[in-house]
Structure formats: structure tokens, C-alpha cells
Design a protein around this ligand. Structure first.
Ligand SMILES: *Cc1c(COP(=O)(O)O)cnc(C)c1O
Length: 397
């Protein structure tokens, strides 16, 4: 069954072995249980399983052995009591938010959010009578001022997409606790290795496993992690009956992704730091924002709250949209794509893609300018990435 040792294991070890359930064949690699359902030896056995008197699987919308292994491995990595894997990051975010509140409740969220998360907060939740307020997440006064008697939930991501601003999670959790609200953190950009929101006082952590956890651009996936009591009381029934479950095949891919997560994140962070340092000295670059550089606006919070920098770099080109498009189009190794956390380096122009639905004013508030680009650094040699950016910046005129 699971790894048999009483010693506390380091994350790299847990990510290779954690949660493994071997079948009677003794396979080395985690088995892929590609099945919708499960059969019972007798009517009595089926009855006992439905009553919860006997452990075992019932239907893959509820739980599946391969998905279970992925959830257990994620729990070990995050230090969480329980988890539910989901079909995408947005299924995970929506589940974490929607099953925490009801009509008449109030949600406070940082305004710098992944586009679809912002839509759920700003557009979807109010349709069901849930009040929402967006605040500047870096301002503790703004969080405090937004609290109402019916505030039940805080939601934030840090570092944010795409401008990599960092929110003081422990301080925000302090304000939430005093208000009797739960804190949900979307920890995608930090990865579970660089930041531990539960240790900082958050109650629920969500991931798009599509990003670094797969890390090789193959499958969509997501996961919600929290304490057992919250999952049993709030998420369990929502999850079973609304059906955001992760496919066993995708869970298997994610399990294999977790094995190499520390190696990939370490290498990609190191390369991103080098790329950021190089870009900061380039005459065509107005500004570089990289968590891990001393000139990051929240460098002091990063030092307290994160174990490493980021695999992403945000930078602003002199010459606005024309310079941004020209540079992106001239790249030969780095590809244009809205995705991130991949083995392949990917560059995005947020103002015309991921954040095109915001008003000019909302974009300006978030620091997304016409010359802003976001680079997700992959596993290529950093020398090649720097050379590619140099030739593209040259050719962009
Ligand atoms: C990608 C992403 C999501 C959504 O994940 P999907 O797997 O694409 O549904 C949510 N939050 C953040 C921060 C992301 O980067």
C-alpha cells in the first residue's frame, strides 16, 4: 500500500512514492484504473458500500483508485488533510467558491485574478444572490474596509497573473479570521513547492494542475485541498452531485508529473531568474517584475512567505503594443501561447488575450499596459532563451 516508514519524508521523496496503492500484480508504476464503475460480490456487499459500512469504490464520478492516488500525493505535498481532484483548475476554483457560500453571503476577492476566476466572482456569483467586492489585494486596509457582517469568504491568488504582484497571505488570513470568513488561495503561480498557504493561515488551497503539476502541456486538471471537516461538510456532496471529477487518465498523467515537479520547478525558477536579470539590463525593456529580485515591489513579503522565486517573468517593453507584438513575432524558440508552467517556454501579451475582456481602466489598475508581456520559462537551456529574446528584441526594431 502506501510507503511504510515512520520517518518524515522530504517533498521530493513523497512526490515519487506518496499515495501509491499497488494492485495484486505489484506493478512499479501507478496503475491506470480506466473504469467508470465497480462491481460487487453480492447485493449485501453493494448495500454495505452504499451505506458506508464497507470501504471501496462505487462510481468514478465519486472516486477512482488512480484519482485517489493523485489526491493523496497532493495532500502529502501540501500538508492538507483531504483533497478532491477536478477536471480543470476552473472546476476546482468554482467548487471551492460556490460550495462555501449561499445567497445573501458576501465574498471579498483581490481584483488581480486569472480571467475566468474574475468572471466567477464578478459575474456568476451575483446571479445567485451572492454579493462580491473586488479590492486591491496588496492593500490590507482595502481588505479590512471591504468586510461586512455577512462576509464569509476571501479569495486571492499570489503571485498574481500576469503582473506577479504578491499578497501578504498571513496578514489577509488574520483579517479574515477576525471577520469569521474563510480564505481560499489559488496557488498556481507559486506552485506547492514555493509557497504553503495553509501554513500561512489560509483554509482552502486550489490548483490548476494543468500548469506545473502536469508541466508538460498534456492534460487539464485541478485540485482543492483543505481540512477534512470542511471537505466532508461543504465539498463532498457538491463534488459528487455536480460532477467535476478528474478523468483517471488525466490523474495518472498528473501523478507522473508530480514525480518530476521539484526538478522542473527548480530548473525553471533558476532559468527565469537568469532571464529576468538579463532583461532588466536590456535597453528596450522598461521594467521587469520578478519575485526573487530585490526591486520587486513586495520583496519583503516574498522573503517571508515564499521559498523561491517564480517560473514566470513579467516585463514591460518600451514602445507599447507594437514593440510587444514585434518581439513576440520575432521569437524562434519561445512560442506565443496563453498557457504557462509548461516545459516549453511560452510568451503572452495579456492586454490582447487573457485580459482582453477587462476595460482599459481595469487593466491599468492591474498594471497591464500595452507593452506588458508575460513569459513562462520552460526547460530549455537558459542561454538559448536569452539569445532568443536578444535577437527578437533586436529585430523588433
Ligand atoms: C490556469 C489557471 C486557472 C484555471 O485553470 P484551468 O486548468 O485552465 O481551468 C486558474 N487560476 C490560475 C492562477 C491559473 O493560472
Amino acid at each position: 500500500m502506501t510507503l511504510e516508514t515512520k520517518r518524515a519524508l522530504k517533498p521530493a521523496t513523497e512526490l515519487v512514492h506518496g499515495g501509491t496503492m499497488r494492485s495484486s500484480f505489484g506493478e512499479t508504476s501507478e496503475a491506470l484504473y480506466l473504469t467508470q464503475g465497480f462491481v460487487y460480490d453480492s447485493s449485501e456487499a453493494a448495500e454495505a458500500r452504499f451505506k458506508g459500512d464497507e470501504p471501496g469504490f462505487i462510481y468514478s464520478r465519486y472516486a477512482n483508485p488512480t484519482v485517489d492516488m493523485f489526491e493523496k500525493r497532493m495532500c502529502q505535498l501540501e500538508g492538507a488533510e483531504d483533497a478532491r481532484a477536478m477536471a480543470s483548475g476552473m472546476a476546482a476554483v468554482s467548487a471551492a467558491l460556490l460550495c462555501s457560500v449561499k445567497a445573501g453571503d458576501h465574498v471579498v476577492a483581490a481584483r488581480a485574478l486569472f480571467g475566468s476566476c474574475r468572471w466567477v466572482i464578478e459575474t456568476l456569483m451575483p446571479r445567485y444572490g451572492i454579493e462580491t467586492t473586488l479590492v486591491d489585494g496588496t492593500s490590507l486596509d482595502a481588505w479590512q474596509a471591504a468586510v461586512r457582517p455577512n462576509t464569509k469568504l476571501f479569495f486571492l491568488e499570489s503571485p498574481t497573473n500576469p503582473t506577479l504582484e504578491v499578497i501578504d497571505i498571513a496578514a489577509v488570513a488574520g483579517i479574515a479570521n477576525a471577520a469569521g470568513a474563510r480564505v481560499v488561495v489559488d496557488n498556481v503561480f507559486a506552485t506547492p513547492l514555493q509557497q504553503k498557504p495553509l501554513e500561512l493561515g489560509a483554509h482552502i488551497v486550489v490548483y490548476s494542475a494543468t500548469k506545473h503539476i502536469d508541466g508538460q502541456g498534456r492534460c487539464l486538471g485541478g485540485v482543492v485541498l483543505s481540512d477534512k471537516e470542511w471537505i466532508d461538510k461543504h465539498l463532498h456532496d457538491y463534488f459528487r452531485h455536480t460532477g467535476p471529477s478528474l478523468s483517471p487518465f488525466n490523474a495518472w498523467t498528473m501523478l507522473k508529473g508530480l514525480e518530476t515537479l521539484p526538478l522542473r520547478v527548480k530548473q525553471q525558477t533558476e532559468s527565469a531568474g537568469r532571464v529576468a536579470g538579463h532583461l532588466a539590463c536590456h535597453p528596450k525593456v522598461e521594467r521587469v517584475i520578478y519575485p526573487g529580485r530585490n526591486d520587486h515591489p513586495q520583496a519583503d513579503i516574498i522573503a517571508r512567505q515564499m521559498k523561491g522565486g517564480s517560473t514566470l517573468v513579467c516585463f514591460e517593453l518600451k514602445g507599447g503594443k507594437k514593440a510587444a507584438f514585434g518581439t513576440q513575432n520575432a521569437l524562434e524558440v519561445i512560442r506565443i501561447s496563453n498557457n504557462l508552467g509548461d516545459a516549453k517556454s511560452l510568451i503572452t501579451h495579456p492586454a490582447t488575450t487573457t485580459h482582453k475582456n477587462l476595460t482599459d481602466e481595469a487593466r491599468a489598475e492591474l498594471g497591464i499596459n500595452p507593452g506588458t508581456v508575460r513569459l513562462s520559462v520552460g526547460l530549455e537551456d537558459a542561454d538559448d532563451l536569452i539569445a532568443d529574446l536578444d535577437q527578437a528584441l533586436d529585430r523588433a526594431g
